[in-house]
Design a protein around this ligand. Sequence first.
Ligand code: FAD
Length: 525
Amino acid sequence: MTGIDAVAAGSRASRERRALVVGGGIAGTTAALRLADAGVATTLLESRPRLGGLAFSFRRDSPAGPLSVDNGQHVHLRCCTAYTWFLRRIGGSGLAPLQRRLDVPVLDVAGVRPRLSRLRRNFLPVPMHLAASLANYRHLTPAERARAAGAALALKALDPADPALDDVDFATWLHGQGQSDRAISALWDLVGTATLNARAPHASLGLAAMVFRTGLLSAPGAADIGVSRVPLGHLHDTLAREALRAAGVHVLTQTRVRAVTAASGGGWTVSAGEGQGSAAEHHADAVVLAVPQREANGLLPEGALPAPGRLLEIGTAPILNLHVVYDRRVLRRPFFAALGSPVQWVFDRTGPSGLGGGQYLAVSQSAAHGEIDESVAALRERYLPELARLLPAARTARVVDFFVTRERTATFDPRPGVGRLRPASRTAVPGVCLAGAWTDTGWPATMESAVRSGMTAAREALTVMGRPYDNDPVPSTTRKGGGMSSADTGGTSGLRSRTAPQNSPTPPPRTAVDARTAQNAEETP
Ligand SMILES: Cc1cc2nc3c(=O)[nH]c(=O)nc-3n(C[C@H](O)[C@H](O)[C@H](O)COP(=O)(O)OP(=O)(O)OC[C@H]3O[C@@H](n4cnc5c(N)ncnc54)[C@H](O)[C@@H]3O)c2cc1C
């Protein structure tokens, strides 16, 4: 055989390898891109008419005019190296820029007068990058600030992959480190609830350690916030589709997969849609199931997991978003977090939504178990006065539109013990792999976790198919059978909220005098 023949035979062999990816969220899109990039003929099957899964947009005919609405505010951090790779791979990196440096205004309205403080980093090495900010963080007493610094150092010493940490809740550990209830709510929960989608008493210490170590303590810039300037759907559907098409992936939307069975001649048969005929059947050497855990449980072939049904023990947690369009500008900053109010995080959505005039804010409420099923009227009655309390300019502004988006199963529930339930990508049946933010990536349920899971699943599928595999663009953090390296990650998930367009850094710090003279002498974002 000549060299040319060998190359031709090799490429024939690669064309003969076929993979099916079920689920067109970020995990499935990643897996499909990686498989196609490795020369495998890949088909992606998605039940909905669009790609993007839990991170999507829709159009709303608002009284304020047509709006592009994200189902929930999504941000990523500089340390989300896999999601950054994903953005680059789909041609969207310039569309979701990062802050020049972490800067989060935190407004406390519990007292007589509102108090604004900032969580921001400087350019010093870890942990000094946050020391000055913590020292000036007025929402804690000086003693609480000193104890918070001690707890941060203790957290840095933890190994998030240690299974023992998964049995402990974050609040118990924080109390053990001398943290007051006030410190937990004004500091640890401020970040933790948004990233984990659970408050400290309900969050696994292992996941919390992952978030804080990698996001805040791995590198000075790790927690710099990145946000899309365009609707999520433009990234995760439009651009993702273009990238998949260019890579040669065959994308079938509105195609619900019903069953995965072993094919008689080897490989796997995936039955999709309502039909029983051949049109609804697809054959492949490997299948990546990149669907939520409940669907995966229903689709996995028998014997795939040692304890069938265990996936159903992985709970889910809701996120609620309240969308308010005002007839004028009421918030000067791209975003802020609130204390002493039911409001958690508020984001300026005006730019990405395409709103013509006025200002569009999204109030992002994580771990919203108590409110997720409340009526729009009840939520409106509670939150509009709260926004007016937080933002003086909102008191005289007219509300042009108010609506709510509810994601009841936004993330997996990060409660203690969840680490044991999250499965590895590789199953006991060769050729069927799992992906999804809920699989054992070591990360909370985030876009970063989704991308990492997709990369891992593609690698497993390629290994089964005997295909060479390029190094992952980012090192794996899979714990089961892999050993998580915290060094590589640099990162936690995004806050599950959105910052405003970030092509420019957040506004320069205002002086105390600025703050006091602004807007009726109240401290306001
Ligand atoms: C409101 C909200 C806010 C969030 N905020 C953030 C944030 O700020 N930062 C962050 O990093 N993350 C955030 N997240 C989490 C992030 O969106 C998810 O972790 C991530 O998108 C999950 O991607 P995935 O591909 O693993 O799963 P999914 O997005 O659930 O994708 C699974 C796909 O499988 C499809 N599917 C299911 N069953 C079948 C079937 N039988 N056949 C074919 N297809 C099927 C589904 O339609 C879906 O498209 C947020 C999530 C929500 C809901």
